[in-house]
Write a protein that binds this ligand. Structure first.
Ligand code: ZN
Length: 204
């Protein structure tokens, strides 16, 4: 079966298998060992497939709680296809293309695009800083007061920080501020497309 042939139940089982390789994990309390709900004796209301109940906290859960699919009425097989199309296309794919290819409303397509793009910027997919990234060096500590400031300071610890504008910060102690040290630190923590802004150094 290919991704395109999945129905929404198969898509749900597919996501469950990826997210819960050892069975359901409760998003409310973190416990393992939720069980499938069974309809009450004599009840005519069918139980929605994919709904589990946590044996610890007794809350109900589905595999989509805490994911980008949560609270969406768009069938999961459309989500999976949208993710597939967006990842497979080198140039990226527009909401309009998704709308036509998946036979969903433009509004749904736009919503999916938005959430999937967001997910693509989050760990574990991305763990490097992106966008506009500023590099700053700071000297901290040091025994003597009123000593030299700046790069040549003695007894001070050099800390280089990389800050993503509006985002995360990474900092590292360095023995010496060299272009080589700095470039290594940036390469490890900053994604290739980022715009690196430094006070004193040219971006590598
Ligand atoms: Zn629980």
């Amino acid at each position: 079966m290919t991704i395109a042939q999945m129905n929404k139940e198969e898509a749900r089982e597919f996501i469950e298998a990826i997210r819960w390789p050892d069975g359901p994990i409760c998003p409310h309390c973190g416990e393992n060992g939720a069980y499938t709900l069974k309809p009450k004796e004599g009840s005519k209301r069918p139980v929605r497939p994919g709904v589990y109940k946590c044996k610890e906290c007794r809350k109900q859960l589905t595999v989509t709680v805490g994911t980008i699919f949560e609270g969406s009425r768009i069938p999961l097989n459309k989500w999976i296809m949208a993710i597939y199309l967006m990842c497979a296309s080198k140039k990226g794919i527009s909401a309009h293309q998704l709308h036509r290819q998946l036979g969903i409303t433009y509004k749904s397509a736009w919503f999916m695009c938005h959430r999937i793009r967001y997910a693509m910027t989050q760990p574990p997919l991305v763990d490097k800083l992106a966008g506009i990234v500023e590099v700053d060096e700071t000297y901290i500590g040091g025994k003597k007061r009123g000593g030299k400031r700046g790069r040549g300071s003695e007894n001070k610890t050099l800390v280089v920080a990389i800050v993503e504008r509006g985002g995360e910060l990474r900092a590292q102690k360095m023995n010496r501020l060299s272009s080589k040290n700095l470039k290594g630190f940036i390469r490890k923590n900053v994604s290739q497309g980022a715009q690196v802004v430094t006070d004193e150094f040219q971006s590598p």
